[in-house]
Design a protein around this ligand. Structure first.
Ligand code: SF4
Ligand code: SF4
Length: 163
């Protein structure tokens, strides 16, 4: 169906009244101190929403043991295939596993949170770390040690979100 185009009146065709209206809005905000929204980042960090999804991070339990059991569910569900896990086995057990390598490619991660949802051990969480700086593409692949450093010791999603 053809949608009829609304006819412009003379003022709209001239553009000038709309330009004047735009300039008036700009001027109004420019002179109003309440509209000063300049933030001195990074000295003044941007406040994040309570359930903001930052870098996914691995966590340890209260005994300092890595909670991940290398089941690879998160690797399986991750849409952009950002996670790569190489499982290892504890020497004293031929059943329990741990991630010998756990690499997270932050150039691929889309912060969807599916890894957190899929994890049966509450071992990976979307952290509140919003920024990270790297000097090369290789550095954007965060290893297990870095993910554990970000994650620290956490025992549940509520503990993460409510500080
Ligand atoms: S947040 Fe999404 S994209 Fe990022 S690692 Fe987890 S599952 Fe993959
Ligand atoms: S983080 Fe969770 S889902 Fe991913 S391998 Fe470890 S235990 Fe499995």
């Amino acid at each position: 169906m053809k949608v009829p185009r609304k006819k412009m009146n003379l003022a709209e065709r001239l553009y000038l009244p709309e330009i004047a209206r735009g300039l008036a809005t700009t001027f109004r905000h420019a002179v109003n101190p309440k509209d000063n929204v300049t933030r001195q980042y990074p000295e003044e960090p941007t406040p994040l929403p309570e359930y903001y999804r930052g870098i996914p991070a691995l966590v340890r339990d209260e005994d300092g043991r890595i909670k991940c059991v290398a089941c690879q569910l998160c690797e399986f569900v991750c849409p952009p295939e950002a996670i790569k896990i190489v499982p290892g086995e504890y020497p004293e057990s031929n059943v329990e596993k741990y991630p010998d390598r756990f690499d997270l490619n932050m150039l691929r991660c889309i912060y969807c949170g599916l890894c957190e949802e899929a994890c049966p051990e509450e071992a990976i969480f979307m952290s509140d770390v919003a920024t990270f700086v790297v000097a090369s593409r290789e550095e954007a692949v965060l290893p297990k040690e870095r993910l554990l450093e970000i994650g620290g010791t956490r025992t549940g999603i509520k503990k993460w979100a409510v500080k």
